[in-house]
Write a protein that binds this ligand. Structure first.
Ligand SMILES: *Cc1c(COP(=O)(O)O)cnc(C)c1O
Length: 364
């Protein structure tokens, strides 16, 4: 018999790659990079084929050093994982267990409740504030049993973000024996002024861990590489429970190349800024039909559909799929009235907006 808390897990639902009838379509369902992987990373990946028969570097020394050099960090305090998903699981696994609570926001990242339940802890959801993290609500839900607080900033699936002062206020309000995990999967899409100060806290505070990923702006989702930074004691505990060779040789090599590829990152960020704004404006122009784009700081936009409007989120999801655009409909995350749309290529974003406009016109 599986443990009761494992039975209670609602499995993670990944973004789809094909339509219901198996056609290939524009995949705007997983917040992937429309440019693909950087050339530099592809070359490193191919070169790694010569050592396929060797185990990877278990301590990922060169990867840690490349990350540390890029972000001015102590390489000894960098942890790496099979995607940042693994780092989230490691944080829950090392700091929470049966009888403990793991706290996060409503509409928070869907891995948090799974990570909590996996280790027998109780997931606790604080209310949001118009789809965004509400610091006062989170603090109000802290109990003596709270061991880990997860905040995705920017958040997935809402795209919302809280600023540096709010993050600092959240941290200041938490007891020191509670680990604050700031999930910065989309941090590289922000401008320097928008930085939430998480990395600075992870450098200095005894109870802050940040997580990052190579899956989003760096375009390496297939290779599953994430990393985290925090106090030495926190990092050491997580190393004890991670799989010994959790990041592949090719993945390490590709990530080292990508993290140094400033030109690629700048190009992706500029594209994302331009087309996210464009898509938000398009959605705003459909406001009469009840559509609303939640203001996003990430590489996707959450669009909500008014219940009394002509087009439901489900109908839009189905219609867009028929038109060749796969988005993410989120009934399992309490968002049956919303679609999450990744920023694709210029053609994809424009094509999707035109298809959505047609669907709204037909429904109205
Ligand atoms: C995509 C994402 C991750 C995890 O990505 P990995 O591919 O596992 O590195 C983590 N947190 C958030 C909020 C995400 O959107």
């Amino acid at each position: 018999m599986p443990k009761a808390w494992i039975d209670a897990i609602a499995p993670y639902v990944p973004g789809r790659s094909t339509t219901d009838d198996g056609r290939k379509a524009a995949k705007l369902s997983s917040n992937e990079n429309p440019f693909g992987a950087p050339e530099s990373a592809r070359a490193a990946f191919v070169e790694a084929a010569s050592s396929l028969h060797r185990y990877p570097d278990a301590s990922a020394t060169m990867l840690r050093e490349a990350i540390a050099a890029k972000f001015s960090l102590d390489p000894a305090r960098v942890i790496y994982g099979t995607g940042s998903d693994e780092i989230l699981h490691l944080a829950a696994g090392a700091f929470a267990g049966v009888g403990d609570e793991v706290l996060f926001s409503r509409y928070g990242f869907s891995v948090y409740p799974i990570a909590a339940r996996r280790v027998g802890a109780t997931p606790v959801e604080a209310p949001d504030s118009d789809y965004a993290t509400d610091v006062d609500a989170l603090l109000a839900y802290v109990t003596p049993r709270t061991r880990v607080v997860f905040v995705a900033n920017p958040n997935n699936p809402t795209g919302t973000m809280i600023g540096r002062r709010e993050i600092a206020r959240l941290h200041a309000g938490l007891p020191e024996d509670c680990l604050l995990v700031i999930d910065q999967a989309y941090a590289e899409f922000l401008s320097p002024e928008e930085d939430d100060g998480g990395l600075e806290l992870a450098r200095t505070a005894p109870n802050v861990l940040i997580t990052r990923t190579f899956s989003k702006i760096y375009g390496l989702a297939a290779e599953r590489i994430g990393w985290g930074y925090g106090p030495a004691r926190v990092i050491e505990a997580m190393h004890k429970i991670r799989a010994p060779f959790n990041v592949t040789t090719a993945g390490q090599a590709a990530a080292i190349a990508a993290v140094g590829d400033d030109a690629f990152v700048a190009k992706v960020r500029a594209h994302n800024d331009q087309w996210r704004q464009w898509l938000e404006d398009e959605i705003a122009s459909l406001g009469n039909a009840g559509l609303r784009a939640i203001p996003s700081k990430a590489n996707f936009v959450l669009v909500t559909f008014a219940p009394e409007g002509p087009l439901t989120a489900e109908a839009a999801y189905v219609g867009l799929m028929e038109a060749g655009y796969i988005t993410r409909w989120l009934p399992g995350q309490g968002l049956p009235h919303a679609l999450r749309i990744s920023i694709g290529t210029a053609e994809e974003v424009q094509g999707l907006a035109a298809a959505l406009r047609t669907l709204v016109g037909k429904a109205g």
